[in-house]
Design a protein around this ligand. Structure first.
Ligand SMILES: [Zn+2]
Length: 503
C-alpha cells in the first residue's frame, strides 16, 4: 500500500508542505528516493534503515520507492527522517494507526533517537496557517514550537516512542503552549548604560540614534569605550514585541542557534562579526543556505568594530540591506530572502595612529594618510549613517566619579515615547522611524523656518555639505525635536544635528 506522511521544508523563512509518499512492492529489494531530494535526503535512507531496525522493527526486503512531493520545491535537511520512517512502517503494515493531519519533523540517529533539527518554528507557523494542528517533533525542539499558539505539540525522544504514541500503546502527553511574557525578576541584558562612565556627548548621540532609528558611527581613539557604548544600544531600544520576537526567533531557529535559550529570542540581537568575516557569513548563503550575520541582527544591532578594517566588498554588501531591510541570497537555481532590518553601529579610529583630535597624545599621521584611512568607508555607505560622533577619552575625574547616571530603563522610556510619536506620524506612510523618511516625507513633516534654512545654508557653505548630508541633518533634527516634544524643528535641533557628522 502507499503511505502518505505530511512534513514541511523551508524556503527562507517560509514553510512548504511536503508529502512523503512510500510505496512497497514485491521485487528485488531496493530503497529508492525520488523527487528532487538532495544528498542529505538520500543519506536519510541509511539513517532510517538503521533507526527502524534498532527500534525493534524490520525493513521489508522488498522494493521500496519513496517520492517527495511536490517535485518543484527545494527540499533540504534532515527533517524528513521521521516522516520517512513512519511511511515505511505504515506502508509495510507494521503500523496501522491513522496519521492523517499530523505533521512529522525530525532527524533520526542510527540507534533510533530523534535529534533536533533547525527551522521548527517557521515550519510550524506556516503549517498552522495551512490548517495543520498536530505536530510530532523532536523533544529538543519543543520549546520554540510551544510559542505557536495554534499548535498541538507532541515531543518525542525516540522513533519507538512515536510508534507507541501512534498505536495508542503509550500516548505522549501534549506539551503545554507558552505565552510570551517578560520575566520581571531577571534583567534582559547583562549590561546597562549606567555603567558607562562619562561620555555624555556619545550617550546623547546614542539616544538620538536609537530614538529615530538612525545608524551611528563612533569615531575615537582605541580604549575610549566605543564597544561598551555599542553594547548598550539593545538595552535602550524598545522591548521586542511578540511579533518581532517570533520573526527574530524564526531566523535563529533556521540558523540553529536557539540551543540554551528558552525557545524564543527575548532580547534584541547584538551581532559583532569580526573584520575578517567573509561576505557570505555576513549576508548569508553557502552550500546549505543559512542566514548571515545581518539577518541574525534583524530587529537588533549589527556592530562593526574598526570599520575601515573590513574589506570594501564586505562593506558594500551592506548597502542594499540597509536600504531595503531584507537580503536576497542566490544559489545555482533558487533564491532565498531573509529579513535584515538592523541598526548599524560602526566604530573607527580618527586616524591610523588613533590620536587625531586628542588633547593629550600627538597624532603622527599625515593629512593624506588620514584621508586614505577615512576613504576606506565609501561615501554611499557613510550616507546611510546619519549620526557620526566623536568619542572622547574618559577623564580621570569621570572615571572615579560616584555620581549616579541614568539607567538604560530610564533612557528606554524616553525612547519609547519618541518612537510612539513617529509611529503616529507615519501611520499612513508605511515607515516606522524618522531615519526611514524619503524626500517626500521630508517635505511633508520637516518644514523649516527661515532661521533654520539660514543655519543650514551657512553649514552647507562652510562645511561643504552634500545634498544627502543635508537630508540626513534634517532627519536627525526631526528626531531631536520629537525627543523634546516639539512639533517644529528649531534652530537648536538643526545645530545639534549638524554636530553629529564627521564628514
Ligand atoms: Zn594619527
Amino acid at each position: 500500500m502507499i503511505a502518505k506522511i505530511q512534513s514541511y521544508s523551508l524556503t527562507g523563512l517560509s514553510g512548504n508542505k511536503v508529502s512523503v509518499e512510500v510505496d512497497i512492492n514485491n521485487g528485488l529489494p531496493s530503497f529508492d528516493v525520488v523527487g528532487l531530494a538532495d544528498t542529505a535526503v538520500k543519506e536519510a535512507r541509511e539513517r532510517v534503515r538503521s533507526a527502524i531496525k534498532n527500534s525493534g522493527r524490520a525493513i521489508p526486503t522488498k522494493k521500496i520507492t519513496v517520492n517527495f512531493a511536490p517535485a518543484g520545491i527545494k527540499k533540504e535537511g534532515s527533517a524528513f527522517d521521521l516522516p520517512l520512517a513512519i511511511g515505511v512502517l505504515k506502508s509495510s503494515g507494521q503500523l496501522t494507526a491513522d496519521t492523517d493531519g499530523i505533521v512529522f519533523l525530525g532527524e533520526l540517529s542510527l540507534d533510533g533517537t530523534l535529534r533536533s533539527i533547525t527551522g521548527v518554528l517557521p515550519s510550524l507557523i506556516s503549517a498552522t496557517k495551512d490548517g495543520f494542528t498536530k505536530f510530532i517533533i523532536p523533544d529538543e525542539n519543543k520549546l520554540e514550537a510551544s510559542f505557536v499558539m495554534e499548535a498541538e505539540i507532541y515531543p518525542a525522544k525516540t522513533l519507538a516512542q512515536v510508534i507507541d504514541h501512534l498505536s495508542g500503546l503509550a500516548p505522549i502527553p501534549r506539551y503545554q503552549n507558552q505565552t510570551y511574557e517578560r520575566s520581571t525578576t531577571k534583567p534582559l541584558y547583562d549590561t546597562d548604560i549606567s555603567l558607562v562612565k562619562g561620555q555624555a556627548v556619545a550617550k546623547r548621540a546614542l539616544e538620538v540614534a536609537v530614538s529615530g532609528g538612525h545608524n551611528v558611527l563612533f569615531v575615537g581613539a582605541p580604549g575610549t569605550g566605543k564597544t561598551m557604548l555599542a553594547k548598550c544600544i539593545p538595552t535602550i531600544m524598545p522591548d521586542l514585541s511578540f511579533e518581532e520576537a517570533l520573526e527574530t526567533t524564526k531566523i535563529h531557529s533556521v540558523a540553529g542557534s536557539l540551543k540554551d535559550s528558552d525557545g524564543i529570542v527575548r532580547t534584541r540581537p547584538f551581532r559583532s562579526p569580526h573584520h575578517t568575516a567573509t561576505t557570505v557569513s555576513l549576508t548569508g548563503g553557502g552550500t546549505h543556505i543559512k542566514p548571515g550575520e545581518i539577518s541574525m541582527a534583524h530587529n537588533g544591532v549589527l556592530f562593526l568594530d574598526e570599520m575601515p578594517e573590513y574589506t570594501r566588498s564586505t562593506l558594500e554588501a551592506l548597502r542594499q540591506p540597509l536600504e531595503d531591510g531584507i537580503i536576497t541570497v542566490s544559489r545555482a537555481n533558487f533564491t532565498v530572502t531573509y529579513p535584515a532590518n538592523f541598526m548599524l553601529c560602526g566604530s573607527m579610529n580618527p586616524c591610523p595612529c588613533g590620536n587625531y583630535g586628542s588633547e593629550e597624545k600627538p597624532c603622527t599621521c599625515s593629512a593624506s594618510q588620514i584621508a586614505r584611512y577615512k576613504a576606506k568607508i565609501s561615501g554611499p555607505l557613510l550616507d546611510r549613517i546619519d549620526i557620526q560622533v566623536h568619542v572622547d577619552e574618559v577623564k580621570y575625574s569621570e572615571l572615579i566619579s560616584e555620581e549616579k547616571t541614568e539607567t538604560s530603563e530610564t533612557v528606554k522610556r524616553r525612547v519609547n515615547r519618541t518612537r510612539l510619536i513617529q509611529k503616529d506620524r507615519f501611520k499612513d506612510d508605511n515607515i516606522l522611524t524618522n531615519s526611514d523618511m524619503g524626500e517626500k516625507h521630508l517635505k511633508k513633516y520637516c518644514k523649516l523656518s527661515s532661521d533654520c534654512e539660514e543655519v543650514l545654508k551657512t553649514a552647507y557653505r562652510t562645511l561643504g555639505l552634500s545634498p544627502r548630508a543635508r537630508s540626513r541633518i534634517i532627519k536627525v533634527a526631526r528626531t531631536i525635536a520629537d525627543m523634546e516634544l516639539s512639533d517644529n524643528i528649531m534652530v537648536a535641533h538643526i545645530l545639534e544635528a549638524i554636530s553629529y557628522r564627521q564628514s
